[in-house]
Design a protein around this ligand. Structure first.
Ligand code: HMG
Ligand code: MG
Length: 298
C-alpha cells in the first residue's frame, strides 16, 4: 500500500506564520514562498482570507498573493472561511481555496465562531462559487483526533464531517491533528472514517507535532496509502503563549523520512533546509526540525 510518490503541501507561510505575534512583512512571506517553490514544493498554502481582527498576521493576504512570482506546475492555495473571504481571495487568483471546519463543536465555535452545521451552510456557497470559477476546493477538518476543549474525538464525528464536506462538493479533505495528540492507531481511525466518503487520492494528512508523534503518524498514514501531506518548513507554527504548543510537522523531517524510504517527493532537501533557515533567521530562532538541525550542524 505504501505509495511510491508523495506530494507535500507546505503550509508554513499560512499555518506556520499565522500565530506569530510580531508582524512578518509581506516581502519576507513572498521570499519564503519563492524559496519553497525553488526547493521543489509543488503546493504551497500561501495565506488566509480571514478576519484581520481574528488573525492580524494574515491581514496582508492580497499583498502577499500579488507578490508571489508563480512557477508553472505549482498550486497556490488560500483559506477562505466564508463568502466575504472568498470574494476577497478571488482577485488574487488562487488555484485552490480551503474551507476549514472541525470535527469538534467547541473548536468550531472558538475558531470560526459558528457550529459545525452553520459552518457547512457558510461553506456551501463558497464551494459552489469556487468550482464555478474553475478554482479547486479543499476542506480542512480540524480536531480529528483530539480537541483542546472536548478532549478525545470519536472517529464517527470525523466521518460525519467528511460526509458533510462531500455533500457540498469539497473535492478533497485534510485529516488534521490540530493539537498533535494523535498516535498512529488513532490517526488511522480518523483516516479510515474519512475514507468512507473520499477515496485515497483525495485525503491528506495534516499533523501537528506538539507531542513529537507527527513523523510516526505520517508513517501510519503512508501505510494506508495516503500520499498527500501538509507540513511546515522549519516546523513553523505554534502559539508562543500556549505552553508546549508547536507547529506542523516540519517539511524537512517528512522529506528525510520519505527519502530514506525511497519515496519520491521531488524536493531538494538542502534547498528546503535553506528556506527554513531563512525564515527562522528572520524570526530569530532555530528551525524547529530535527532534520534541519542535524543538517545545519554537519
Ligand atoms: P464572525 O465574527 O462570526 O464573522 O467571524 P461575521 O460574518 O459576523 O463578521 C464580523 C466582522 O468580520 C465583520 O467586520 C466582517 O466584515 C468581518 P466588522 O463589521 O466587524 O468590521 N469578516 C471578515 N473580514 C475579512 N475576511 C473575512 C471576513 N469574514 C468576516 N473572511 C470568521 C467569522 C470566520 C470571519 C472569524 O471567526 C475568523 O476570521 N476566524 C479566523 C479563523 C482562523 O483563521 N483560524 C486559523 C486557521 S484554521 C487552522 O489553523 C487549522 C488548520 O491548520 C487545520 C488544523 O490544524 O486543524 C486549517
Ligand atoms: Mg494546522
Amino acid at each position: 500500500l505504501i505509495p511510491s510518490r508523495v506530494k507535500l503541501i507546505d503550509v508554513g507561510p499560512r499555518d506556520g506564520l499565522q500565530n506569530e505575534k510580531a508582524p512578518v512583512p509581506a516581502e519576507v512571506k513572498i521570499e519564503l514562498v519563492q524559496r519553497l517553490q525553488d526547493a521543489g514544493l509543488k503546493e504551497i498554502e500561501v495565506t488566509s482570507f480571514v478576519s484581520p481582527k481574528w488573525v492580524p498576521q494574515m491581514g496582508d493576504n492580497a499583498e502577499v498573493m500579488a507578490g508571489v512570482r508563480r512557477a508553472p506546475g505549482v498550486l497556490y492555495s488560500v483559506l477562505t472561511p466564508n463568502m466575504k473571504g472568498f470574494e476577497a481571495a478571488v482577485a488574487s487568483r488562487p488555484d485552490e481555496i480551503v474551507v476549514f471546519g472541525a470535527a469538534s463543536e467547541a473548536f468550531s465555535q472558538k475558531n470560526i465562531n459558528c457550529s459545525i452545521a452553520e459552518s457547512i451552510e457558510r461553506f456551501a456557497p463558497v464551494v459552489e462559487a469556487a468550482l464555478a470559477a474553475g478554482i479547486k476546493v479543499r476542506g480542512a477538518m480540524s480536531c480529528t483526533v483530539g480537541c483542546p476543549y472536548e478532549g478525545d474525538i470519536a472517529p464517527e464525528k470525523v466521518g460525519e464531517l467528511a460526509r458533510l464536506m462531500k455533500n457540498i462538493g469539497v473535492q478533497r479533505v485534510d485529516v488534521a491533528d490540530t493539537i498533535g495528540v494523535g498516535t498512529p492507531r488513532k490517526v488511522q481511525a480518523a483516516i479510515e472514517a474519512t475514507l468512507r466518503h473520499y477515496d485515497i487520492d483525495h485525503v491528506s494528512g495534516h499533523f501537528h507535532d506538539t507531542y513529537g508523534q507527527a513523523v510516526s503518524n505520517t508513517l501510519a498514514a503512508l501505510e494506508m496509502g495516503v500520499w498527500n501531506y501538509q507540513s511546515s518548513v522549519a516546523g513553523l507554527g505554534g502559539c508562543p503563549y500556549a505552553k508546549g504548543a508547536t507547529g506542523n510537522v516540519s517539511t524537512e523531517d517528512v522529506v528525510f523520512l520519505l527519502q530514506g524510504m525511497g519515496i519520491d517527493t521531488g524536493i531538494d532537501l538542502d534547498k528546503l533546509v535553506d528556506a527554513g533557515k531563512y525564515i527562522s533567521d528572520f524570526l530569530g530562532r532555530k528551525p524547529n526540525s530535527r532534520v534541519a538541525t542535524a543538517i545545519l550542524n554537519k
